[in-house]
Design a protein around this ligand. Sequence first.
Ligand SMILES: Nc1ncnc2c1ncn2[C@@H]1O[C@H](COP(=O)(O)OP(=O)(O)OP(=O)(O)O)[C@@H](O)[C@H]1O
Ligand SMILES: [Mg+2]
Length: 398
Amino acid sequence: MVEAYKFDEVLKEKSGVTRLTLTNFRNYDFLRLEFDIGPIVITGENGSGKTNLLEAVSFLTPGRGLRSAKAADIARITTDVLPKQNYLWAVSANIVKNDEDFTISTAVQQSQKDYGDDLRVFDRRMVQIDGQKASTQAELGKYISAVWVTPQMDRIFLGGPQPRRSFLDRIVYAFDLEHAKRTAVFEHLYKEWYRLIKSGVKDNVWLLSLEQQMSAVGVSIAAARREVVARLNTFITKEPDDVFPDLRLALDGSIEQMLDTKAAVDVEDFYRDSLFKSRRNIFTNETIDGVNRTDFKVFYQQKNMPAELCSTGEQKSLLVSIILSQTKCQILDKGFAPVLLLDEVTTHLDRFKRDALLSKVRDLQIQALMTSTDKSAFHSLKNQAQFFETGNNQVVLS
Ligand SMILES: Nc1ncnc2c1ncn2[C@@H]1O[C@H](COP(=O)(O)OP(=O)(O)OP(=O)(O)O)[C@@H](O)[C@H]1O
Ligand SMILES: [Mg+2]
């Protein structure tokens, strides 16, 4: 049930990043910025470090950030004759969650593991919350949440389902912190199962145990996706946007669909048996059906049009619709506002939609970091946003 008063009440208290400090991060040697909780516009030339700033903020949340980067690619690369000895990086921040202050820092540290005559060095991402080492990255989700749109997502409705599935799973994590663990566990089990069969290991007990675990985790993944999709659909029906398209979201996946009519335990049995039967598919490179194949379908409701058949600007508008409803739903569900990271979000939007998006972001009174090469696109936020300019590996207020 969407209760307007609760929504307003949550937004009275501010959540977001108030100070960001980067060390040896991408093109920044050392950088410290103070942010307001509200719209923040970051403009600058191509390659001046706009997306890197958003990526740094995304590292305050669980996962591999908005570029799905490898930890090793993030440390600053320089043209020094002698490469920097210290190739580790850190992002730290003062944040507020409903007006309460916290500090978060995340850094990559090296650890060594001794394999007899082989000493291997690993990069490990460490997380501290208020100076205390967090046991898992998932802890971060209790303090800060981020919703992002990147230019790579402009083509999300075209092509194979993998990026759409990841997009959906990221939305699900925001509502259900356990979901990140579930998908990681499933992926790990699946790789192990696939590798065993492919290498001809005939350990039936081991394979059956993996199939049992995969079907149990798989059904909980499917159930969590279904719940979040249903919740967003309900929200969209009750609170349709006046500018951005009405959406209908759906899941195209055999396990998710089976949960429409069957009890979870029965779906689990079916899934386990189907994995058992599909062992032979691995030798013929046939697909293995299951939650690792699910597609996230989006429809433009008013036009009754699947997203993949919509125009470029319409697809961008659909994306904006999804993240606006996700943001509002999250505010209601979690009781605090996420930070929006909108990288080149105005691209493909006509002027009316662009200005509508900016005023919606402003009216929500949440923190939104928005980038562009064109400052004039944000003219409507003059005196209502913080404006920063990137260049020469620095960021200045403009
Ligand atoms: N590990 C790294 N060390 C140093 N510089 C890096 C590293 N990784 C990426 N860069 C550089 O950082 C610069 C800024 O990248 P970024 O993606 O933030 O630019 P941008 O301002 O978003 O540009 P665009 O407008 O093209 O999107 C680029 O020149 C990129 O090559
Ligand atoms: Mg960029």
